[in-house]
Every structure is written in structure tokens, then in C-alpha cells.
Ligand binder design. Structure first.
Ligand code: ADP
Ligand code: MG
Length: 432
């Protein structure tokens, strides 16, 4: 065993050891497969490895060796290059296909040095010349163990990154589906109203045409009813297509987005919840503000989330507003107010969307945590705490920022800032 690989001196210690120490400890966790057609060479190497504390496997030919590789998954494989049947180079290539993480050391006579270089080109970890002496063998093993560990860490890290990206996509969609559930529930009422209007007008129309002596005045009314039916049906169609577009798990499409249109569209989807909770939503949006480059679907998800949170916050201060079965109030004073204001901040050319409410506000203790995934102050079934973290992720992805101002008992204001699309970018966009 080489000096740098000697076991740590403090044998009694239960310390896990440094990475270097763990790497260099031949102990139980490292299994080495030796493939060599010469029994003596194979046996000597196995004894030397076992003396050093490694677990070993051995095979007299390539085929048997590869089977062992498949079933027993040794981390390191030492193979002779020159063997009858399958050569060491073939073993090397096949081993990489079976277990890419396995490190292969080839052993070769001096005459075969060219083959050894070819082996390195095929990504062998190392080559050692025969007869193999202990120092060279253990040095090669140390390098192979380090290489194995580095590649494994890299592969684990890559897997972790891939998993994180997948999880983020899942969370985004999950939050969207939850908003969708709440939207759909309120939209059932929204669609029900125009539908019953449509049915009433159709009944009236049937009566009209069945009347004897159907005259000009009757025909005019018939036309009037048809126009109402047309409008109401269009309203239903718009609501349903809005809902469908929102639900779709579409891939991101960055296009110029008109913020005023986006806010109006979001209001349309939240209307019924607002009416039920008796909340007035006031929108101030300068039609001249520049567009932003973004995914309309995701940006809409942000605005809807902020409106929903504002509704929840107002319902929190006015318990009567949370009674979803009650009819919208006929009194002059609404339960609460939400204001959405969009303008352009000329200094840094940012489009700024402020969503403010006069709800219960956020306590200073909760404020630093509200963008954390799964942070919620709502009762079971009312929130899972993914809304704001989703909004945060989406806005960040659009090179924007989101900030919050809140005072308990006074209300809350969320501010989203997105880079405005300038004329040159717009031209580039339309040319491409
Ligand atoms: N407009 C608001 N007014 C008061 N509190 C809010 C507001 N928006 C968010 N919050 C707080 O932030 C928390 C996290 O919000 P969110 O991530 O949307 O999750 P959820 O709505 O599921 O609770 C809420 O539970 C609430 O405590
Ligand atoms: Mg929420």
C-alpha cells in the first residue's frame, strides 16, 4: 500500500474520516474484479488486494468477467489486455456500456504498450505493466478510486439538478391546478347566469314565433332576444376558453405581452370570487405603457394568485365575506377593496404592477417567510403555501422582481417589476 493511502492512525475513533481518508481506505466498500487468463498472475493479484483489505472477484476470461460486472457491480476492474477470446480492449468497451461508472485498469506486457495507449484513449482509468509490483498497483488503484468518486459525485449532482428542475416544474403546475380548481368552482356560477338567461330568451322566442299573426313588432323583439343570446353565449365561450388556456400545461412561450389586457383577463377569471366576497376591484392601467416580453399564461397565473391572496386577506378581516353561499351584497359599502395599478417607471424602464388590498395585512414575523414554498397561515384546505413561491419563481424567470409592503390591520401591497420591451427588441421580435 502506498504511503499516502495508509489507514488513519486513530484506529479506535468512530469519526467518519476526511474524504481523502475514506477514499484511501481499501476496506469493505471497494470491490475489485480481476480478469486474467493466467491463473498464477490472477491469484497473486487477488492475494495482494485481499491483504490490503479489498473485496475481490476474479474471472479467467472476458465473458465471465463481464457477467460478474453485471451481477456484482465492482467499482474497479483490472483486466489483462492480451487474452484468448475476448481481448482486454473489448472488455473495456463493453464494461463502459454495462456500468459506465466502473473504472478499468488494464495490465499489459512491455510489448503491448501501443494497446495500453489505445486503452487510455477508450477511457481506461490507468495501465500498469507486467509483472505488476505492489506499489504501482496500489497507486493505480488510488487514482481509480478517486476518479470513481469524482465521477459518481458529478453524476449524483447532475441527477440532483435534473430532479430539482423537474420538481420546480411540478410545483408550478400543481399550484396552477389548485388555482384552477378554485377558479372553476366560481366559474360554474359565472356560466350558470348567462346560460339561464339564454334559456329564458329562447323560451320567449319560441312563444313569439308560435303566436298567431306573428308581426313586425314581434320580429323586432325576436331579433333583440337573438342579440342578447349571442352576447351571453360569447361570454360563456370566453370564460370557458380562458379557463382552458389557463389549465394547459404549455411550454413557455415568450412573446410581447400587453399588461392591461393581461390584468383585464385575470379580472374576468376572478370576477365571481370577487362578487361573492363583495370586493371591489379597481384597475388603473395606462394603455400607453410598453409591453413586456413574457409568457402570458404564467404572468396571468401571478396576477390571479395575488388577487386570490388579496381576497383571502379581506375575507380574513370580514368573516361575512367568506360565506361563499351568500348572494353578493346589495349594500353600498363593499367588504373590501383591491386595487391593481400598472405604470411605467421611466428611470429604469420597468413596467410596474401593484396589487394592493385593505385586508388583514401580514405580521412582521411572517413577512420574511411568505415566499417560502409551503409557508401558509391559512387553515387546512384553504392554502398550501405554494402561491407566492410560484409567483416569485415566474417573475425571477422573467428577469423581474417582486416585493411586498404590509402592515397588520392596514393591508398589503405586492409590487411586480418587469423589464419593459423597448422598440428595438419589439422590432427584432417581429422580424424573427
Ligand atoms: N395579500 C395578502 N395579505 C395578507 N397575507 C398574505 C397576502 N398574500 C399572501 N399572504 C400570506 O402569505 C402566505 C403565503 O401565501 P401563498 O404562497 O399564496 O400560499 P397560500 O395562499 O396557499 O397560503 C399566506 O398564507 C398569507 O399568510
Ligand atoms: Mg395563495
Amino acid at each position: 500500500m502506498s504511503d499516502s493511502c495508509k489507514r488513519p492512525v486513530n484506529k479506535g475513533s468512530v469519526r467518519a474520516g476526511t474524504r481523502e481518508e475514506r477514499l484511501c481506505q481499501p476496506g469493505g466498500s471497494w470491490t475489485i474484479l480481476v480478469i486474467d487468463d493466467e491463473t498464477d498472475v490472477r491469484d497473486v493479484m487477488v492475494i495482494s488486494l485481499e491483504d490490503a483489505g479489498y473485496r475481490t472477484l476474479s474471472a479467467p476470461d472476458g465473458e465471465t468477467g463481464l457477467r460478474l460486472l453485471e451481477t456484482r457491480a465492482p467499482q474497479i476492474l483490472i483486466t489483462d489486455i492480451k487474452m484468448p477470446g475476448m481481448s482486454g480492449l473489448e472488455v473495456l468497451k463493453k464494461a463502459h456500456l454495462i456500468r459506465p461508472e466502473t473504472q478499468v485498469i488494464v495490465t499489459t506486457g512491455f510489448a503491448d504498450i501501443k494497446k495500453a495507449i489505445t486503452a487510455l484513449q477508450y477511457d481506461a482509468s490507468d495501465f500498469i505493466t507486467k509483472p505488476v509490483d505492489d506499489t504501482t498497483l496500489h497507486l493505480a488503484l488510488k487514482r481509480a478510486m478517486e476518479r470513481y468518486q469524482n465521477q459518481k459525485e458529478l453524476a449524483d449532482y447532475t441527477r440532483l439538478l435534473e430532479q430539482t428542475v423537474l420538481n420546480q416544474e411540478k410545483i408550478l403546475h400543481q399550484e396552477k391546478m389548485m388555482s384552477l380548481g378554485r377558479l372553476a368552482a366560481s366559474m360554474v356560477h359565472e356560466i350558470n347566469n348567462p346560460l339561464s338567461g339564454i334559456l329564458n330568451y329562447i323560451t320567449l322566442m319560441i312563444r313569439l314565433v308560435e303566436k298567431p299573426g306573428w308581426d313586425g313588432a314581434g320580429q323586432n323583439r325576436f331579433k333583440e332576444y337573438l342579440t342578447i343570446i349571442h352576447q351571453e353565449t360569447r361570454r360563456c365561450a370566453d370564460l370557458v376558453s380562458g379557463l382552458l388556456q389557463f389549465s394547459r400545461k404549455s411550454s413557455l412561450q415568450f412573446k410581447p405581452v400587453d399588461i392591461c389586457e393581461l390584468i383585464e383577463y385575470s379580472r374576468m377569471l376572478c370576477n365571481h370570487r370577487l362578487e361573492l366576497a363583495d370586493i371591489v376591484l379597481k384597475i388603473t392601467c395606462e394603455p400607453t405603457i410598453p409591453k413586456v416580453l413574457g409568457d402570458i399564461n404564467q404572468l396571468q397565473q401571478c396576477v390571479i394568485n395575488l388577487i386570490f391572496n388579496a381576497i383571502d386577506a379581506i375575507e380574513g378581516t370580514h368573516p361575512a365575506a367568506s360565506d361563499s353561499m351568500k348572494e353578493p351584497s346589495l349594500t353600498a359599502r363593499p367588504a373590501g377593496r383591491i386595487r391593481i395599478k400598472a405604470d411605467i417607471e421611466d428611470a429604469d424602464h420597468q413596467v410596474c404592477i401593484r396589487v394592493s388590498d385593505d385586508g388583514k395585512g401580514i405580521s412582521p414575523g411572517d413577512l420574511p417567510r411568505i415566499f417560502e414554498p409551503f409557508f401558509t397561515t391559512k387553515q387546512d384546505g384553504h392554502g398550501v403555501g405554494l402561491g407566492l413561491s410560484t409567483v416569485y419563481g415566474i417573475i425571477e424567470h422573467h428577469n423581474g422582481t417582486i416585493s411586498v409592503d404590509s402592515e397588520p390591520g392596514q393591508g398589503t401591497c405586492f409590487t411586480i417589476r418587469l423589464p419593459a420591451l423597448d422598440e428595438t427588441t419589439k422590432t427584432k421580435e417581429s422580424n424573427s
